[in-house]
Design a protein around this ligand. Structure first.
Ligand SMILES: Nc1ncnc2c1ncn2[C@@H]1O[C@H](COP(=O)(O)OP(=O)(O)O)[C@@H](O)[C@H]1O
Ligand SMILES: [Mg+2]
Length: 348
């Protein structure tokens, strides 16, 4: 397993500067997830690590060696693309072994690696099939296998599960996590899916418009978002944002919503953010609202409230009957809220 260090990376495509002055240190054995909305530069960044896109500035070090301008084949990486990119006329076995054969790997070694990888990915029974005879999940397993047989220092994944249906996606996600636990390899994984990022990552890099917004463990970026963008991007339903002020006693207020914040500093304008799971519908709660919508989710309900014009989503963990129009009382867990500067969106 290798480290990957990106220093002052700049990438320009056409006249667009996609990435500017990006620094990132990926440690050996990490499962690092690049998370961000479509178009924010995730694939560009990943492809530059793979050597498929030229740098306009900065440096890439892989496994302790400067690889800024090295040929993709010299970088010691294995890559899995979103569109499986399998050779349609070749069998599964050929798809997996082709790259190794081209690289001049001895026949016996190729056979050993294909056998071992096929076993790991439960492809042993499918080695003689062509891609057209496989399901979507099996095809993506072959694409993963083709990267793994390289026994590379770093594996790069570009949204490898986004072509699969929800159930299969969750299944393969677990397989990938098991695979990382087994191999302990360095993995860099691109996704716009926050559930994938949260479940797979040892660290998440949240990106927006070519810039890193926050780097941290899943718990860090979820519980302590560095800015309003990160707060809004992670979590479903999204965090509730309430614009208000904090008085000299540390009490937040916004219309009918008041909340005493321990250590809250006075502010004329502040954005309070509360996760739906930290808003509790509770007969003894100090705040009043009307239910506007109930979304039953099986093991919980997402309940939308209207508190004097402020919409709030909250999670109710039991199946208690709640209906639109119903008056309820609720409480916000003051210890779990985040505060942001409404001007620049930064965490306060
Ligand atoms: N070949 C290209 N030429 C010019 N701009 C490109 C090219 N490829 C991608 N881009 C632009 O770069 C930005 C980042 O793209 P990309 O890295 O694919 O984003 P992501 O993978 O996060 O969805 C987008 O605004 C996209 O339009
Ligand atoms: Mg992409």
């Amino acid at each position: 397993m290798s480290n990957v260090h990106l220093r002052k990376l700049c990438i320009t495509r056409g006249s667009n500067e996609i990435i500017r002055d990006l620094d990132l240190q990926i440690e050996p054995g990490e499962f690092l997830v690049l998370l961000g909305p479509s178009g924010c530069g995730k694939s560009t960044l990943l492809h530059s690590i793979a050597g498929l896109i030229d740098l306009s500035g900065g440096a890439i070090e892989i496994g302790g060696r400067d690889m800024s301008h090295a040929d993709p084949s010299e970088r010691g990486i294995g890559m899995v693309f979103q569109s499986y990119a399998l050779y349609p006329t070749m069998t599964v076995e050929k798809n997996m072994s082709f790259g190794l054969k081209i690289a001049g790997t001895p026949k016996a070694e190729v056979a050993r690696r294909v056998r071992k990888t096929a076993e790991m990915l439960q492809l042993d029974a499918l080695l003689e099939r062509k891609p057209s005879q496989l399901s979507g999940g099996q095809r993506q397993r072959v694409a993963i296998g083709r990267a793994l047989v390289r026994e590379a220092g770093v594996y790069l994944f570009d949204e490898p599960l986004s072509n699969l249906d929800a159930k299969l996606r969750a299944e393969l996600r677990r397989e990938l996590k098991m695979l990382h636990q087994t191999l302990g390899s360095t993995m860099v994984y691109v996704t716009h899916d926050q559930a994938e990022a949260m479940t797979l990552a040892t660290r998440i890099v949240v990106m927006q418009a070519g810039r890193i917004q926050q780097i941290g463990t899943p718990a860090e970026v979820y519980d302590l978002p560095a800015n309003r963008f990160v707060a809004g991007f992670l979590g479903s339903p999204s965090m509730n944002f309430v614009e208000g002020s904090i008085d000299a006693q540390g009490c937040f207020s916004a219309g009918a919503i008041t909340l005493s914040l321990a250590g809250g500093k006075a502010a004329a304008a502040v954005t309070l953010a509360a996760r739906p799971e930290h808003i509790h519908v509770d007969d003894n709660g100090p705040l009043h609202a009307t239910v506007t919508l109930v979304e039953p989710m099986g093991n919980h309900q997402v309940v939308w409230l209207d508190c004097s014009g402020q919409a709030l989503s909250c999670i109710v963990h039991d199946a208690r009957p709640l209906a639109s129009g119903q008056a309820v009382r609720f409480a916000i867990d003051a210890a779990r809220v985040s505060l942001f500067d409404p001007k620049n969106g930064q965490r306060l």
